[in-house]
Design a protein around this ligand. Structure first.
Ligand SMILES: Cc1cc2nc3c(=O)[nH]c(=O)nc-3n(C[C@H](O)[C@H](O)[C@H](O)COP(=O)(O)OP(=O)(O)OC[C@H]3O[C@@H](n4cnc5c(N)ncnc54)[C@H](O)[C@@H]3O)c2cc1C
Length: 394
């Protein structure tokens, strides 16, 4: 098994196309939307769909692009650097459980329309009592004849208030061993007993707001169960490795965008009769951050290549965790140092850097906190050590 990667001519061409779209279309719109505190417009999603920038990971038979994870990582890096909130729609990651375990009917019903930007999905796992310990969720789905009846609350669910379809996780068996007895369901907008609770004002990502979702005896047909009852978590795990490998490259895109501003500025701005880029203090800082960005880029590409060889393996989980953990830290550092290099000009709210800095914090929290990822990585290294295996990826 080889896990080295190289980018093909096609992947390099896709990178260029994504970069052009990010710079010419996404970035200008992001400035307008974020300033006005509006949400990612549906017309923009339709445009993304028509240009082939939606459903990157969705098989072509369901209207997607059918790209492997490495290709997705390359494209997502560019799109995320243009506008993170807009790029969040490019992969149908929230629909991962449907791809992993859904019926043909479920896939055909939603995926083609998501890939055209016509409808919006949401992914509802986190609850008020916790996100990291996802196996401890309390929302319960009771079987009642040909239906399931959902009761419970979810919080911080991105775009739930305007989602047409939600993938919802609920316990179906309280007696099952930890991590089992959890099932995944499709809950369409407008289902009786489903409502939106508190809307949260977040530090950033205002174009993709988060809110609470309430299921108060919400009745859905048993046909809305995704895959097998009690297997919901296995479909999430299949999604997480892909999620996190690509997330690493999304962090790289934001970090690179931040440093691009700082680099341009540092080579123009003069203090004490010289450009600030000529001072060794700034040169070393820039060299260090750019080295880390490059390292994070390769880590996420390699993790993506490993995921492409089998999503359900220790290697995939660990490589993806490393990619997101390292990428998010590098992004935090890069956005902070970029502002430092630009001084007061980088701190001004109208400058994109200020937003990138705020956005970066989420990357250490969402889709697996840095601490949870480190637990996953160290579980693997401990396992290797106790079994006498070398603790390194192939
Ligand atoms: C902007 C935004 C968008 C989001 N979108 C979604 C969404 O669409 N769908 C969804 O389901 N969720 C979403 N979330 C929720 C997100 O996934 C959770 O916030 C995240 O998983 C952390 O869960 P928590 O907030 O409950 O923190 P907790 O799990 O309570 O953790 C709090 C702190 O304790 C640490 N910690 C926890 N356990 C351990 C441990 N064993 N060892 C060491 N440290 C530990 C954590 O790393 C963290 O630092 C979103 C959150 C935000 C902020």
């Amino acid at each position: 098994m080889t896990t080295l990667y190289s980018l093909s001519e096609d992947q390099l061409a896709l990178r260029q196309a994504a970069r052009r779209f990010a710079q010419n279309e996404m970035f200008p719109l992001s400035m307008e939307i974020e300033r006005e505190r509006r949400e990612v417009p549906i017309d923009f999603l339709k445009k993304m769909g028509s240009l082939g920038f939606l459903g990157l990971d969705v098989p072509t038979e369901y209207g997607g692009q059918g790209f492997d994870t490495l290709t997705c990582a390359v494209i997502m890096e560019e799109l995320s650097g243009g506008w993170f909130s807009g790029s969040s729609f490019a992969m149908a990651l929230g629909m991962g459980p449907v791809l992993a375990g859904g019926t043909e009917k479920q896939k055909q019903e939603y995926l083609p329309r998501i890939c055209k930007g016509e409808i919006i999905p949401a992914f509802a796992l986190t609850e008020p009592t916790g996100g990291s310990d996802a196996a401890a969720i309390k929302t319960f789905a009771r079987k009642d004849g040909g239906d399931y009846v959902l009761k419970g609350n979810k919080i911080f669910i991105t775009n739930a208030h305007r989602a047409d379809i939600l993938v919802v996780f609920a316990k179906t068996n309280n007696e099952a061993v930890r991590g089992q007895g959890i099932s995944a369901f499709l809950v369409p907008k407008g289902t009786k007993g489903f409502s939106i609770g508190q809307k949260f004002r977040a530090l950033a990502h205002h174009a993709n707001p988060i809110c609470e979702v309430v299921f108060d005896d919400c009745r859905i047909p048993a046909a809305n169960l995704i895959g097998q009852e009690g297997k919901g978590f296995s479909y999430v795990h299949a999604t997480f490795a892909k999620f996190r490998a690509v997330y690493g490259s999304r962090c790289v895109g934001v970090a690179q965008a931040a440093m691009d501003y700082a680099l341009r500025y540092a080579n123009e701005r003069e203090q004490f009769g010289q450009t600030i880029a000529s001072y060794q203090g700034n040169r070393f800082k820039i060299a260090d951050v750019m080295t880390k960005i490059e390292a994070a880029r390769h880590l996420s590409y390699r993790a993506s290549a490993i995921v492409d060889q089998g999503v359900d393996s220790d290697n995939a989980r660990v490589a993806a965790s490393m990619a997101k953990h390292f990428g998010s830290n590098v992004c935090m550092e890069a956005t902070s140092e970029a502002i430092q290099i630009m001084g007061g000009h980088g701190y001004i709210a109208d400058h994109p850097l200020e937003r990138l800095y705020r956005e970066a914090k989420l990357f250490q929290i969402g889709d697996g906190t840095s601490e949870v990822l480190r637990l996953l990585i160290s579980r693997y290294t401990n396992k290797c050590a106790t079994s006498g295996e070398p603790a390194r990826l192939p």
